[in-house]
Design a protein around this ligand. Structure first.
Ligand code: HXC
Length: 516
């Protein structure tokens, strides 16, 4: 055969491979309201940047007539490309081929590029739309899943791993995304669960739809499994492209610096008036964050889960930072189980990938009550403490108002190796709130008073005057500087600059034992 003919043959094969399960299956996929594996990659990656690997790989199953049902590339499209010019590795399940189910060949394609991503220090992004284990292949499929899980774990903290869920993810298909750093879900067509509605009904007699069991909103609000939720696939892929701009290629690199037009000296007078005079009145911590960061751009993560704590990425003078902030607008910014776990995992991501952590603190304490105690607030709150304590990236705190009790200790205090602790003059740093403290330490005096209610009020005021301010903490060096709120942006940028070359190493260990 001449070379020309060979090239034509190759081109024909490529065309066939690009059709996946065929035109009819593609039409069906579109009718389900979903894009195809390749259409998704086109949205995710820079134009014309995708290079496909293993396009001709097929499954090797011969049972159930499978020898006659082979598709070039099998149930996943894999390769690499760029996002904003930076290299990433990708795999995109092809639902048009056996419902994107996981065969041995599919698993081998995924593990091959995952290893390449790790060797070259590049992020890996998986696009999931799969019926789970390829039923015809039995244990080979289980082994394939396990090979993927192993790599998710080994490369955790080495390269960023991101999952998009844009179709079903049931059974084994949920655990790889669960092991990755960020999960993006689309509403209506995506769902994740270990066991589907039919099995749920058979085992527990519960009637529940796929959407109510594992839809995007459920995982955004109730389980906290998903980090970002979108109405359609194009917005979801744009979301992943944005996230990539904040994070480095791997754990040995710094995040990219993005030039900004926002002046580092910008003073925000409005910040002086944001904290209300009445300490029991809420305000919106997001207002503070947006007024401080470059161009007000804040990529919030898990915004629908545990809104009493805010986490997300922003930039200060072009440098990426991870922000953790109590939100006084929800439950007064109290720390509960969900808030602790949400923030702890984020802090560990930032620490693994060299992203400085900025903490905005206004926290009345940990949430009291039997529900929280039975749920294990002791162990879950300890996760947050652990995450802050072990982190060695630059850690800066701004105390805007309350820093009471255990919550003071946990939220990146000086003693947890907080590098720079700023406090606004509105801060109240003490062992507990003035109300609770007065009732305990002045108990006898209040009981003996002619008018106990008046006496309590008087004592609360006395306590507030003495301790509900930042000066006691500052006199002990627990606060480095009390700053005018309007200068917060400038001060944070100064501190980041100061800490640019920070080096801190934890004692040698195989790994710690975070309270899980
Ligand atoms: C082989 C599968 C498949 C699978 C779907 N298909 N899932 N083939 N193995 N797991 C095939 C279908 O036979 C069909 O082929 C095509 O994909 C499209 O599927 P439909 O059912 O027509 O699509 P839809 O109506 O959209 O429903 C999608 C679905 C459903 C909800 C995912 O297919 C389904 O329930 N599949 C089974 C899910 C499941 O139980 N998986 C195993 C989980 S156990 P044709 O040829 O007709 O087009 C597991 C254990 C691993 O994963 C544990 C590891 C730790």
């Amino acid at each position: 055969m001449s070379i020309e003919k060979k090239i034509i043959e190759l081109k024909n094969k490529i065309e066939i491979a690009k059709l996946g399960g065929g035109r009819e299956a593609i039409e069906k996929q579109h009718k389900r309201g979903k894009l195809t594996a390749r259409e998704r990659l086109n949205l995710l990656l820079d134009e014309e940047s995708f290079e496909e690997l293993d396009m001709f790989k097929t499954h090797s199953c011969t049972d159930f007539g499978m020898a006659e049902r082979k598709y070039l590339g099998d149930g996943v499209v894999t390769g690499y490309g760029t996002i904003h010019g930076r290299q990433v590795f990708v795999y995109s399940f092809d639902f048009t081929v056996f419902g994107g189910s996981l065969s041995k060949a599919v698993a081998e394609k995924i593990t091959k590029i995952t290893d390449l991503a790790a060797k070259t220090g590049s992020p890996i992004i998986g696009i999931n739309d799969s019926g789970g284990a390829r039923i015809q292949e039995g244990v080979d499929s289980l082994a394939g899943y396990t090979e993927i899980f192993l790599r998710n774990v080994l490369y955790s903290g080495v390269i960023p791993q991101i999952s998009a869920i844009v179709g079903p993810a049931a059974g084994g298909a949920v655990y790889s995304p669960a092991l990755t750093d960020f999960i993006f879900m689309v509403r209506k067509t995506a769902y994740m669960f270990l066991t589907g509605p039919k099995i749920v009904k058979a085992v527990t007699h519960e009637d529940v739809s796929a959407e109510d069991l594992g839809g995007a909103d459920i995982h955004a609000m109730k389980s906290g499994i998903t980090h970002f939720t979108y109405d359609d696939e194009p917005s979801l892929f744009e979301g992943i492209r944005t996230l990539i701009t904040f994070i480095p290629q791997n754990n040995a690199e710094e995040p990219p610096i993005v030039e900004t037009t926002d002046s580092p000296e910008r003073v925000e007078h409005e910040l002086n008036y944001i904290v209300p005079n009445n300490p029991n009145k809420p305000y919106d911590m997001k207002e503070i964050i947006k007024r401080v960061v470059d161009n007000g751009e804040f990529l919030e993560i898990q915004n629908l889960f545990a809104p009493n704590i805010i986490i997300g990425f922003a930039r200060l003078n072009g440098r990426s930072v991870g922000i953790v902030a109590n939100q006084p607008r929800h439950l007064a910014g109290v720390l509960d189980i969900n808030a602790s776990v949400k923030a702890a995992r984020f802090i560990r991501f930032c620490d693994a990938f060299n992203i400085p952590i900025i903490t905005f603190e206004d926290v009345p304490g940990f949430m009291p009550g039997s529900q929280q105690e039975y749920g294990g607030i002791i162990k879950h709150g300890a996760k947050l403490l652990y995450a802050y304590a072990e982190a060695t990236v630059p850690k800066i705190t701004v105390i805007t108002r309350k820093a009471y009790g255990g919550a003071y200790c946990v939220m990146n205090s000086k003693q947890l190796r907080g590098d720079i602790i700023y406090s606004w003059p509105t801060a109240e740093i003490a062992v507990m709130g003035p109300e609770g403290a007065s009732e305990i330490i002045f108990k006898k005096e209040i009981e003996a008073a002619e008018n106990p209610e008046e006496k309590l009020k008087e004592k609360i005021q006395e306590y507030r005057n003495k301790f509900a301010n930042p000066y006691v903490a500052a006199s002990k060096g627990m606060v480095d500087e009390i700053i005018e709120p309007s200068t917060t942006r400038f001060k944070l940028i100064k501190a980041l600059e100061l800490l640019k070359n920070k080096k801190e190493v934890n004692p040698y260990k195989k790994h710690g034992n975070i309270p899980l």
